[in-house]
Write a protein of this length. Structure first.
Length: 125
């Protein structure tokens, strides 16, 4: 069943709220990364264990930002689909994406069947 205007407005609002929260999270994480120098993370002794821990902390911070950026891109794409009139339609088969799915994952591009197929096809090895 196609989305009605009220549903689209509610979902757009949820997307915008999440987008704004993600932008703030990314800003904080990047600022924190700039404040924490490698020397501060490794400490004064610079042993191999502390260096490995510092690398891990830096990598985790980068992974968090990368994950958040991916989600942000998905939300921005969803807002473009809303503006273009294609929101709520499966990108693969053109069927309606169920409202329940969009409420849980407002940036969803695919119906459940196509999403499952997509994940099986492009699963990370």
């Amino acid at each position: 069943m196609p989305l009605n205007r009220r549903d689209i407005i509610q979902l757009a609002s949820a997307i915008e709220e999440r987008r704004d929260a993600l932008r703030e999270e990314i800003r904080r994480e990047v600022a924190r990364g700039r404040e924490e120098t490698y020397a501060e993370l490794t400490g004064a002794t610079h042993d191999r264990g502390e260096e490995a821990l510092a690398d891990l902390v830096a990598d985790l911070g980068n992974a968090e930002v990368t994950r958040d950026l991916e989600e942000l891109r998905g939300l921005e794409a969803a807002l473009r689909r809303i503006a273009d009139g294609g929101f709520g339609l499966c990108a693969d088969c053109g069927a309606d994406v169920p409202l329940e799915r969009l409420r849980v994952q407002p940036a969803a591009e695919r119906c459940l069947e196509c999403q499952a197929r997509h994940e099986k096809t492009y699963r990370a090895a």
